[in-house]
Design a protein around this ligand. Sequence first.
Ligand code: 16G
Ligand code: ZN
Length: 528
Amino acid sequence: MAQFQEVLKQSALHPKPAGLVLQYGTSGFRTNAKQLDHIMFRMGLLATLRSKKTKATIGVMVTASHNPEEDNGVKLIDPMGEMVTQDWEEHATQLANADQEDLLTALKNIIEKEAINMSQEANVFVGKDTRSSSASLSQAVLDGVSALGGHSKGKRSGYLKDIPYMLCNGKYGEATVEGYYTKFCQAFIQLTKNTSNRTDDQKHLCLDGANGIGALKVREMESHLKKELQISLNNDGSKGRLNHQCGADYVKVQQKPPTGAHRINPGERCCSFDGDADRIVYYYTDSEGTFHLLDGDKMATLISTFLKELLTQAGLDLKIAVVQTAYANGSSTHYLENTMKVLVRCTKTGVKHLHHVAQEFDVGVYFEANGHGTVLFSKAAEEKIQQLAEDTNVNDKRKKAALLLRNTINVINQTVGDAISDMLLIEAILAIKGMTIQQWDTIYTDLPNRQLKVKVADRRVIDTTDAERRAVTPAGLQEAIDNLVKKYRQARSFVRPSGTEDVVRVYAEADTQESADALAHEVSLAVY
Ligand code: 16G
Ligand code: ZN
């Protein structure tokens, strides 16, 4: 077929370095940008096949999120804004690692396995982040798309979080970039409009844009906020390097404010995005200069508490749950289950796992501790809220709660965790509750914890179960961890192979920082 001839011809221009093997992991392919040209071309091919199979537009994101500027990566996004399925992740790995001369065979295998009708039309939407390598790498994706006769719906240099949103073709509002801003900003203004007496101080937020795409988008969107949120934007991409000593990952890991920000006043509310703006963390320093981090667990707690209160006031019997991973601080889980009486579920690390579990509930709030997350509402829940908001026969209290719920839904990007939408949601909740960041912080106190990485010969010897909280192999490891944990109070620890780096990750928490540090260290020795 002529198509395959074209693939052969084009693939010669995107050759695979001999011996290079890469795995489609939790965040797609991610490594040094120099090694990715053939991967991009091949993901263009694969996205075209996926589009033919699903008869819908597929998204391709060229980004390496919070990784350094010299890295890059790629992941495919399904029509409803979700990550592709496990089978297709395996197809991606097969296609990426096929030697140059075996590429057509690998491609034909996928076509056969998936019974793809090659005469079906294909549409692919490509987005890229602000890295210098992203222009040529996204071109390689487009070359792959056109080699298989797919149409590209534009190479968008854009905010990658709006790609899933636009793939949903307007399910969540008008499907344009302009629609994206106006919808979220309008909902934010509606939510905050009756919060009287907010001072300029309360409306002020200090934002670290990680020199990434989120910063550019916040600049474009600011006017829609009509001064109801006044953002001091640092690390806006005009000077510093992407994710370099700034951004959500830096702040979370280093437990300190980003560089490149103005001097933070005591109690000033601050937040950081990561480079591709799907993670956000909040923080402040107190009057003694001590740094306080409010991570994904604190956000999940604030949001779920707010939603649960509104559902109760609205008299709506909807099932709400919080989805976390093993990294969630034990205090947050304890507070949610025992004080808030909210159902908590734990899943494996990676947004797609949390997203799937959250879909099982009427209202599913999901966050990873590192700041990835969002809230999902079932169709039935949205309809009930909508009906109540329009009902003229309900009392004021119920009506008010229903209207707040409706606007809350509108401020949320349900397709995927989105730092801008999460920020607007948190800002709205704090405004409505008249809460300072310190008050939010004291809802519960984090247990001291420590994360370590351990280099081992082969991290795949560790296999886990129970949402990565227990190791099944190698034999004896879990027993050793259990014995170490017993030595400390309020202690918990687990190990898991990283999905993005060649390391094993160790997590430990306990009643004091010294104990958490000691436990993490001892567990890391047990991993060798
Ligand atoms: C990826 C995941 C993130 C997860 C991280 C864990 C997405 C979009 N990103 O970045 O959710 O926290 O991997 O990395 O799913 P690790 O396996 O190296 O610990
Ligand atoms: Zn990211």
